[in-house]
Design a protein around this ligand. Structure first.
Ligand SMILES: Cc1cc2nc3c(=O)[nH]c(=O)nc-3n(C[C@H](O)[C@H](O)[C@H](O)COP(=O)(O)OP(=O)(O)OC[C@H]3O[C@@H](n4cnc5c(N)ncnc54)[C@H](O)[C@@H]3O)c2cc1C
Length: 568
């Protein structure tokens, strides 16, 4: 079995398959031990509906997720997440991941279950999202892959899918890849293949000055799986969905590094410049008197959803102070700037935010917790400034967009198979995907089903011609001494997408966008140059960014009606 992408979903797919006793090869562009969106951490595990403290069933939670998104959601993959996510969390613990407050640091907290020592986030009544020590997870998964004998090929970028008789739309029987250190070209044959390379980024936004902030997700996750899948004949859905950029980009601050109330910082108190507290209200606009109420459903509300899975038009929500537009707050007499009031929070809640959550979340342990603490920030006495509406969308233009908040992706059936035989997908590769538990559960599930397929798949030879055409395509930039660099092409694609596929879309605009991208493909791609294998990887990524931009334009052209849920 072949797994492309060694992030959360890829590692789980490899582990599930290896446990069935089949030979597994995992190809990872970076270093599997810490690669991907969750390589540096994860502070909450969503939708653990089968944990013993949960007040919701997997069925209820899945239905709520679908309703929250007006039907534009992946009911199959989220049901798998709700049904099996908790099992994967227990597996992780057995591998060495930390999921319980075993040192009793939070003994007596309202969000702790004394029996299991689980810590919960957001809805303390229904207890289906756990606070976790996610910085321990990726290395545990990597060690388990090694222990099970998975052949891990690191620093190697998958570039294309190989199909039976080299035919587009044919059964997938392998893939090609290139090593980013040596430039070695690999042809890999497999009975079944799982795609787990996350989703496109850097389509509308690209900052050469601050590459680490170009996107919320890792900037090297450029949607390579989408691009190679599209070329092979994979079906996609919802690719026309994009949202105004928020958690990223050169105009933003490092995620979780300014005062706010979202996600990791839920449900911190906020005060204005004169120390006046900005009130919390529930979904019905009822003022909340105590901090504890922020973690309880509104009267008559069954439960509420927070974390990465929350929608932009939620039915199952609670509202924090900075969800109110700033101008409304100013009209009410509040004065800028606003601050997160950690000292005003009860002690255990304060430590859960600053320490556990800001610390275990992706990209926060060193840049935020360690550096701020080193610079003298003390959560017991200091406020942390928020800028306007925090580090969210205010700073971005409507045409500066991202695939975010359950974006489009590959279509799947109940086995997490794509429309192509032999090809499965998991994690953020799937449409309407979002979080760690979803990636873990769907990775494991796809791995199991891919093994089943591989066991009965007939042998098929690789088309030498298809592999050679791909080798010539990807190696071409190495032969050029002069020409365009990857950064220039990425900037050009992003600009064209801002111009032609922003908040306002018309058929004429989208058509002219496609013409502009065709022009880049025809005249600029053949001029791309790469000085070494590392630059070659960067260059191939931007070629995929261009392909994905075209995919988005085609999807946008196909949609004939506006939809608020697709932000269209
Ligand atoms: C900062 C941050 C914080 C987050 N916090 C949380 C949280 O607290 N809770 C939560 O539930 N979710 C959280 N998420 C989301 C969660 O991390 C992702 O949903 C999850 O990691 C998706 O798993 P994945 O395997 O699909 O993608 P990833 O884990 O990103 O893995 C994709 C892998 O594919 C590799 N790859 C890409 N292209 C290629 C190629 N061509 N060839 C080979 N390999 C390739 C990448 O290097 C990467 O390792 C967070 C995300 C971010 C960015």
């Amino acid at each position: 079995m072949l797994v492309l992408g060694g992030g959360i979903a890829g590692c789980w797919a490899a582990i599930a398959a290896a446990r069935e006793g089949v030979g597994v090869t995992l190809v990872e562009k970076g270093a599997t031990v810490s690669s991907g969106a969750a390589g540096s951490g994860c502070d909450h595990w969503e939708s653990a509906a089968t944990n013993p403290c949960s007040g919701v069933t997997p069925e209820e939670l899945t239905r709520a997720m679908i309703a929250d998104h007006g039907g534009y959601n992946n009911g199959i993959s989220h049901y798998i997440e709700c049904r099996e996510g908790y099992d994967r969390l227990l597996d992780l613990e057995a591998m060495g991941g930390k999921i319980r407050d075993s040192e009793d640091e939070f003994a007596g907290a309202e969000f702790r279950d004394e029996k299991t020592k689980f810590l919960f986030a957001y809805d303390y009544v229904n207890r289906f999202t756990l606070r976790v020590w996610g910085t321990t997870f990726k290395s545990a998964l990597h060690a388990e892959c090694r222990r099970l004998g998975v052949q891990v090929i690191d620093r190697t970028m998958a570039t294309s899918l190989l199909s039976e008789e080299g035919r587009q739309g044919g059964r997938i029987i392998g893939a090609t890849a290139v090593n980013g250190r040596t430039g070695e070209f690999l042809v890999l044959r497999a009975g079944a293949t799982v795609l787990a390379m996350s989703r496109p980024t850097r389509i509308w936004l690209f900052s050469t000055g601050l590459p680490g902030l170009s996107e919320f997700r890792p900037p090297q996750c450029t949607g390579d799986g989408h691009a190679m899948g599209w070329k092979a004949g994979v079906e996609f859905t919802m690719m026309e969905k994009s949202v105004q950029a928020e958690w990223s980009g050169e105009r933003s601050y490092p995620p979780y590094g300014t005062g706010n109330t979202h996600n990791t910082w839920y449900a911190c108190s906020m005060v204005d410049a004169e120390g006046r507290e900005i009130p919390w209200v529930d979904r019905d606009g009822r003022l909340l008197e105590s901090v504890s109420e922020r973690y309880r459903p509104a009267p008559g509300q069954r439960f509420f959803i927070k974390g990465g899975g929350e929608s932009y038009f939620p039915l199952h929500d609670y509202l924090g102070p900075d969800t109110l537009p700033v101008d409304q707050l100013l009209e009410q007499g509040f004065k800028l700037p606003f601050y997160a009031d950690l000292p005003g929070m009860p002690e255990l809640e304060r430590r859960a935010i600053w320490g556990l959550m800001v610390g275990e979340e992706g990209k926060t342990k060193v840049p935020i917790l360690q550096n701020y603490t080193g610079a003298g920030f003390d959560p017991d006495t200091h406020l942390l400034q928020s800028y306007g509406d925090g580090w969210r969308s205010g700073a971005f233009l409507p045409q500066e967009r991202q695939l975010f908040g359950l974006p489009g992706g590959m279509m799947n059936d109940w086995e997490l198979r794509t429309n192509l035989e032999g090809l499965f997908a998991a994690g953020d590769q799937l449409f309407a995907s979002n979080c760690h538990g979803h990636a873990a559960a769907t990775g494991h599930y796809a791995g199991r089903h891919a093994v089943e397929f591989a066991m009965h798949a007939a042998d098929a030879p690789i088309s030498a011609e298809q592999a050679e055409i791909e080798r010539d395509r990807i190696m071409a930039p190495l032969d050029r001494k002069r020409g365009l660099t990857w950064k220039e092409l990425n900037a050009a694609v992003a600009r064209q997408m801002q111009h032609h596929c922003g908040a306002f879309k018309t058929a004429d605009l989208l058509e002219s966008g496609l013409a502009a991208l065709d022009d880049l493909e025809e005249h600029e791609v053949p001029r791309l140059r790469a000085g070494n294998p590392h630059e070659l990887i960067r260059t191939l990524e931007v070629m995929n960014i261009l392909t994905n931009a075209r995919l988005i334009l085609h999807a946008s052209l196909a949609r004939q009606a506006s939809s608020k849920h697709l932000q269209w």
